[in-house]
Design a protein around this ligand. Structure first.
Ligand SMILES: Cc1cc2nc3c(=O)[nH]c(=O)nc-3n(C[C@H](O)[C@H](O)[C@H](O)COP(=O)(O)OP(=O)(O)OC[C@H]3O[C@@H](n4cnc5c(N)ncnc54)[C@H](O)[C@@H]3O)c2cc1C
Length: 298
């Protein structure tokens, strides 16, 4: 009750129709950790999203788009306005080898639909529990490829609440980073013509490789740390003898040293404890400062 009063002051009533009250962030993160947010929205239309962002700006608050939640660790999110993409309209339009798709498409569903059009290229992302908006924002990559190589343009709602189309050449992409500032709503990709059979067999080999290397039996956020130039973060963790280390119910995977698993009811503090342990030990023993790949929201 106390919370609702506060929200009404910041957001007008129209926006409140898409307000998801009393929801926990736990279900919004793939590692299944998270408490309550003061402001958690699931807009059902782009015009709702525009209103939410315009009101957020007016109130002087920060916003956080959430897609698949496969790279976000929630702590205390404070007054951040958390906006889920899941209820926005889903579109996917194919024109020759160009595809315009809404950012809330699940990556695996997208790859399977594109296979029917004999369009490929992004199979290296098969098996990632993410949405397209998150993968473009993070410039997701694997097996030597990255998503920005297939991008033509993005449509965003900028922090002022205005719609903008930004061409690929106006954006900067680095390792797990993009210069995009706003909520991505649509993405245009230029894909490769590829037979259904080839796409399917490439996806199968990627999935087999991932299952071989990565732990899929407990919730995680994938790679916790970026690979420092010339090194693999997972290997450094292993060489420091930290695989299997546990704090509370969070554990460094025995299978892959860069994955932290939620073995039950792990907390934000448990995961942060392991992150600090790894950073300290890798710095002490290897002289390397590890940088986070996951987004810690606290
Ligand atoms: C099992 C597993 C395997 C993984 N393997 C890989 C891998 O091989 N390669 C790789 O690169 N990553 C991998 N990841 C990490 C993760 O899937 C990627 O970082 C992915 O890009 C995140 O997408 P998401 O939709 O889940 O984004 P989220 O986790 O929801 O968000 C990630 C970031 O993107 C922002 N964001 C989300 N949606 C939007 C939007 N619509 N507009 C603007 N910003 C947005 C968020 O604010 C946040 O900063 C893996 C994760 C797991 C759990």
């Amino acid at each position: 009750m106390k919370n609702t009063k506060k929200k009404e002051k910041v957001f007008d009533n129209k926006v409140l129709t898409s307000f998801l009250s009393d929801s926990s962030l736990r279900e919004c993160s793939n590692i299944r950790i998270g408490g309550k947010a003061s402001y958690l929205f699931t807009p059902q239309s782009v015009s709702d999203l525009v209103l939410i962002l315009a009101n957020t700006k007016k109130a002087g608050l920060d916003f956080l788009p959430v897609g698949g939640g496969s790279n976000i660790l929630f702590g205390n999110v404070g007054d951040r306005v958390v906006i889920l993409d899941r209820d926005l309209p889903k579109i996917c339009e194919v024109n020759d080898n160009q595809v315009v798709v809404s950012s809330n498409y699940d990556i695996n569903r997208f790859l399977n639909e594109m296979m029917e059009f004999e369009l490929g290229g992004l199979e290296f992302l098969a098996g990632i529990p993410a949405h397209l908006g998150g993968t473009v924002n993070m410039n997701a990559g694997a097996f030597g490829k990255k998503i920005s190589d297939y991008l033509d343009w993005v449509e965003i709602i900028n922090p002022e609440g205005k719609e903008e189309i930004i061409q690929r050449k106006a954006l900067k992409f680095d390792y797990r980073h993009s210069s995009i500032d706003g909520f991505i709503t649509k993405i245009a990709f230029n894909l490769e013509e590829k037979t259904r059979e080839k796409i399917s067999s490439d996806m199968q080999s990627i999935l087999t490789e991932r299952r071989k290397r990565h732990p899929y039996d407990f919730p995680s956020l994938g790679s916790t740390f970026k690979n420092p130039p010339g090194y693999f973060a997972g290997k450094l963790v292993e060489e420091c003898g930290l695989k299997g280390s546990r704090i509370g119910e969070a554990e460094i995977s025995e299978k892959h040293g860069n994955f932290i698993l939620n073995k039950g009811n792990a907390t934000f503090k448990d995961v942060m404890g392991l992150i600090e342990l790894v950073r300290k030990e890798v710095l002490k023993r290897k002289g390397i400062q590890l940088e986070l790949e996951i987004k810690v929201i606290n």
